[in-house]
Design a binder for this molecule. Structure first.
Ligand SMILES: NC(=O)c1ccc[n+]([C@@H]2O[C@H](COP(=O)([O-])OP(=O)(O)OC[C@H]3O[C@@H](n4cnc5c(N)ncnc54)[C@H](OP(=O)(O)O)[C@@H]3O)[C@@H](O)[C@H]2O)c1
Length: 281
């Protein structure tokens, strides 16, 4: 499956908000998807102008997306799923037989998706994934699992999403746990960037420069971990000279319990995800 394979693939999004933009616009901007083969539906016209400007087909009829596309991303909030599927059923011209659905909905299990999708497709092939918004700039993370999907479906989605980030097939039992890191993680990173920049501003650095350098620190440190394969603790030790400035800064962070805060953040997000999962039938 090379790049050209996807330019003729008809891909749809039910829901045209943040996540659909991160995936769909990310793939269109990279030249992987042909906007002429992309259909997007939403509840209101709020996001449709964005999709029209990209050259995609934007519609208020969810059924049009299912009628036209081979791969359909479900990209609404979890509590909007039932309503979105009802609207889909009402606006489809024929009940679909075989379609591949890719859900990005947090906390909605494969079993629950399979039950709900039966109302609009006889044999739903389902991929449940947990993406994140940096896909918009080609640096995302997606983990996925599947039900009734073929090996070819899995390979196709893994290949497609790999154009906009790291993609891995994982057991469903890990999806919620990983979502507390990769799905919510960009928000944690933005907070760290903002706080580092605040520190630099406090010490007299102009705000735009402080923000740019704080973001580049995270990009650089992330690449060091990924490309050297060295443990982050070892990389940290290597930049902490005895009695030096960096170990003094590290000590200040440890006094602020930064490690416990990060661990707590991931744990809290995963617990919330599990709570949400228990309320969605
Ligand atoms: N944002 C993240 O970082 C992130 C990360 C991982 C997973 N997710 C998952 O991604 C999903 C979408 O999140 P989001 O942040 O993209 O939400 P969002 O920006 O609020 O977008 C939701 C979209 O769904 C549309 N919608 C609502 N009801 C609909 C209906 N009945 N039929 C068709 N479309 C309908 C909305 O239409 P209108 O535009 O007309 O309101 C909107 O375009 C969520 O389930 C979330 O769990 C998000």
């Amino acid at each position: 499956m090379d790049k050209n394979y996807f330019s003729s693939t008809k891909v749809g999004f039910i829901g045209g908000g943040n996540m659909a933009s991160a995936i769909g616009a990310g793939l269109i901007h990279k030249g992987i998807l042909n906007p002429n083969n992309v259909w997007v539906s939403a509840r209101t016209t709020k996001t449709l102008g964005f999709w029209n400007d990209l050259g995609a087909h934007a519609t208020l009829k969810n059924g049009e997306v299912v009628d036209n596309c081979e791969i359909i991303f479900l990209a609404m909030k979890p509590h909007m799923l039932d309503d979105a599927l009802e609207c889909t059923k009402e606006t489809m011209t024929v009940k679909a037989v075989h379609k591949l659905f890719v859900s990005v909905l947090a906390a909605v299990t494969l079993e629950s998706l399979a039950n709900k999708l039966k109302s609009i497709v006889t044999h739903p092939r389902i991929i449940r994934c947990m993406p994140n918004t940096p896909m918009m700039v080609g640096e995302g993370i997606t983990v996925f699992c599947s039900m009734n999907a073929t090996n070819q479906d899995e390979t196709m989605i893994e290949t497609l999403l790999s154009y906009v980030g790291v993609t891995e097939n994982v057991p469903e039992s890990l999806i919620n746990a990983i979502s507390g890191l990769s799905g919510s993680g960009p928000a944690y990173a933005y907070l760290v960037i903002e706080a580092l920049a605040d520190g630099a501003v406090k010490m007299g650095v102009p705000r735009p420069m402080a923000t740019k350098f704080a973001a580049q620190v995270l990009v650089g440190a992330g690449k060091m971990v990924l490309e050297t394969g060295r443990h982050p603790g070892q990389l940290k030790d290597e930049v902490c000279s005895p009695g030096g400035t960096t170990i003094t800064g590290v000590h200040a962070m440890e006094c602020g319990q930064v490690r416990a805060s990060m661990i707590n953040a991931v744990e809290a997000a995963v617990k919330r995800s599990n709570e949400m999962a228990s309320t969605i039938k």
